[in-house]
Design a binder for this molecule. Structure first.
Ligand SMILES: [Cu+2]
Length: 170
């Protein structure tokens, strides 16, 4: 009986661990948070930076806060916002994290707030999947698979003077 039970448990474990994860745009559900459409703009060789986008939906009843991002392929990962300075679009690091109130979602998208992966260690090619770690105040760390794809170029933007981030053309 005990042996049969342990066989059953083993079978169950192997079933659970071999479940295939859809490769593209998988929705990651971690307790109250659902993360979808996570993607990174593919880069040319030797690019210094790459932009990432996603939607984080808060299905719970408490505000959560995205407080940290890290990726093995970049030295630094941060959230940027775009601002207009005269005719020039600039981007600036957002400090202090981003709130996601209950029943609302946070969307980072081209031409708007985005994740900026800086000091890239390698090229990010169309079709790849890259793991990125998101840290939330309430939920802690969630590792999300981002799909690398050719996304139409963003309008040119330059870096604001007060920012510490290095941003060659991209
Ligand atoms: Cu940026």
């Amino acid at each position: 009986m005990t042996t049969q039970l342990s066989k059953l448990i083993l079978l169950f474990i192997s079933l659970v661990t071999t479940v295939t994860i859809p490769p593209f745009y998988q929705n990651v559900v971690a307790a109250d948070l659902m993360i979808h459409n996570a993607r990174i703009r593919a880069t040319p060789p030797n690019a210094a930076v790459a932009a990432g986008y996603l939607t984080i939906q808060n299905m719970g009843s408490n505000t959560d806060r995205l407080i940290g991002i890290s990726a093995p392929f970049a030295m630094k990962s941060e959230v940027h916002e775009m601002t207009m300075s005269g005719d020039v679009v600039q981007m600036r690091k957002i400090n202090g994290g981003l709130n996601i109130p209950p029943n609302e979602s946070l969307t980072l998208k081209p031409g708007d707030r985005h994740i900026m992966f800086t000091k890239l260690k390698e090229q990010l090619k169309h079709g790849e999947q890259r793991s990125v770690s998101l840290v939330f105040e309430r939920h802690g760390e969630i590792v999300v698979s981002f799909k690398v794809e050719d996304i139409g170029r963003q309008p040119q933007h330059s870096e604001s003077n007060d920012s510490q981030v290095e941003h060659p053309d991209h």
